[in-house]
Design a protein around this ligand. Structure first.
Ligand SMILES: [Zn+2]
Ligand SMILES: [Zn+2]
Length: 435
């Protein structure tokens, strides 16, 4: 087995991992776009069609862990190159909903239409169901992340077993089950190579709040404010559930208001997932806004908003009718976007959040594994041959985790050949780290 980290060993975003069998079968795990810095458009060398074609030569399939833009971003070009693309069923619906919505935005129409054309041809994989690409077998398993329907992959070829975690965390609603499953069912499969995300390493010992903690925080805020606007990711179902549950637990009469777009996302989820997501109930402001407003003003509301002209217009109508002393804006996304000293600072988001003279509070937790979760995964999986950290800052170092000593010696950050020992024999695992 040869593993190439095309991107991700020294950056968060633009994730691309390649698996090649001894016979020359080649697949990619994720093919993401570089993340933008602040308001700037992100640069990505694979926007050059020649470079893209070059890297795809001989690759038959791309398997996506989930739908975040740093893991999928070139689907149209990859489709045009005749490479098969695979994703989870609900992820595909989410992408199609997102791109259909994007078609309404000027300047994004063509790109969205291209993407939708490519998505038509996507293949859907099933969790715990193995697919075979030449000598490479690949089995997806569900993981909890700030995107619903995220997966890790168990990959076997040439007598070597690798686990690619994708993005994951254990502090979301589905996180506990994930860790139990990993410990009980996946770790015993004798993993040789663990390819794992390390986003939170750079944030050191920072205490990581769970979605349940956020519910409590949101309830405290809602108790003291009759009216709340909430800005969170439209595709982060856990966070929408957190805000909904906090609303219900604070005051049964208060309205939880979302528009048809975010509502459609939730409906997709409701149709496809059991458990906590099933109990969601929402009001459709796009259709029912005029009917709903008197009740919103009387009983109070929690309203999900987005940074768009449509919402600015809506809020311009609502704000003069409510007491701003009783109003809060809950910012429930990465804090860097509204922190002027952060590289990710986005002026338009900052302006939107501070548009009116309301109180603003931040309620957020990471979509990524805490250092403790990373430590547990490494120790439980206990790969025999290598740990390859990806999706991490250049300077963050896996050896700072409380790992078993023998594991520390297996961390691979540069191109090298590792050896899996089978009795007195060695199987080579070639690891190439680019970028
Ligand atoms: Zn992600
Ligand atoms: Zn990511």
């Amino acid at each position: 087995m040869k593993i190439t980290i095309h991107r991700g060993a020294n950056q968060i975003g633009g994730c691309i991992t390649e698996i090649e069998s001894a016979k020359g079968d080649r697949i990619f795990i994720d093919f993401g776009h570089n993340l933008p810095e602040g308001d700037k458009k992100s640069d990505d060398k694979f926007e050059n069609p020649n470079l893209l074609r070059e890297v795809l030569r001989g690759v038959s399939d791309v398997y996506y862990t989930h739908y975040h833009g740093d893991h999928i971003g070139f689907e149209y070009e990859i489709y045009k190159a005749g490479v098969a693309q695979h994703i989870g069923g609900l992820s595909l619906k989410m992408m199609q909903t997102l791109k259909t919505h994007m078609q309404h935005a000027d300047g994004l129409k063509d790109q969205a239409a291209d993407s939708l054309a490519a998505l038509e041809h996507f293949k859907v994989y099933r969790p715990a169901h193995t697919e075979q690409i030449g000598d490479i077998s690949i089995t997806p398993y569900f993981v909890s992340h700030s995107a619903v329907d995220a997966h890790m992959f168990l990959i076997e070829c040439d007598g070597v077993t690798a686990l690619h975690t994708g993005d994951f965390r254990d502090h979301g609603y589905m996180g506990g089950g994930l860790m139990k499953n990993l410990k009980a069912n996946i770790a015993p499969k004798h993993i040789d190579v663990l390819i794992t995300e390390g986003t939170m390493l750079a944030r050191g010992g920072e205490k990581v709040l769970s979605e349940w903690d956020l519910q409590e925080q949101a309830m405290d805020v809602m108790k003291n404010h009759k009216y709340a606007f909430v800005l969170c990711s439209s595709t982060d179902a856990d966070r929408i559930v957190t805000m909904f549950k906090a609303t219900q637990r604070t005051d049964h009469k208060r309205l939880f208001v979302v528009d048809s777009y975010q509502g459609a996302q939730i409906l997709n989820i409701k149709d496809n997932l059991d458990g906590i997501y099933k109990s969601l109930y929402f009001k459709n402001i796009s259709k029912d806004y005029d009917k709903l407003l008197p009740q919103m003003l009387q009983d109070g509301f929690i309203m999900l908003v987005r940074n768009s002209q449509t919402f600015e217009n809506l809020m311009e109508k609502i704000v003069p009718q409510i007491d701003l002393q009783q109003t809060v804006f809950i910012y429930s996304q990465f804090g860097g976007y509204i922190d002027k000293s952060h590289a990710a600072f986005r002026q338009s988001t900052y302006d939107f959040v501070h548009k009116h003279d309301w109180k603003m509070v931040q309620i957020h937790t990471s979509g990524h594994a805490s250092c403790q979760a990373l430590t547990n995964v490494c120790n439980w999986v206990h790969p025999s041959t290598a740990i390859i950290p990806i999706h991490k800052e250049k300077d963050s170092n896996f050896s700072e985790l409380q790992l078993d000593l023998d594991l520390k010696g297996r961390i691979v950050t540069q191109t090298q050949v590792m050896h899996k020992q089978v009795g007195s024999q060695n199987i080579d695992v070639e690891i190439e780290i680019k970028d």
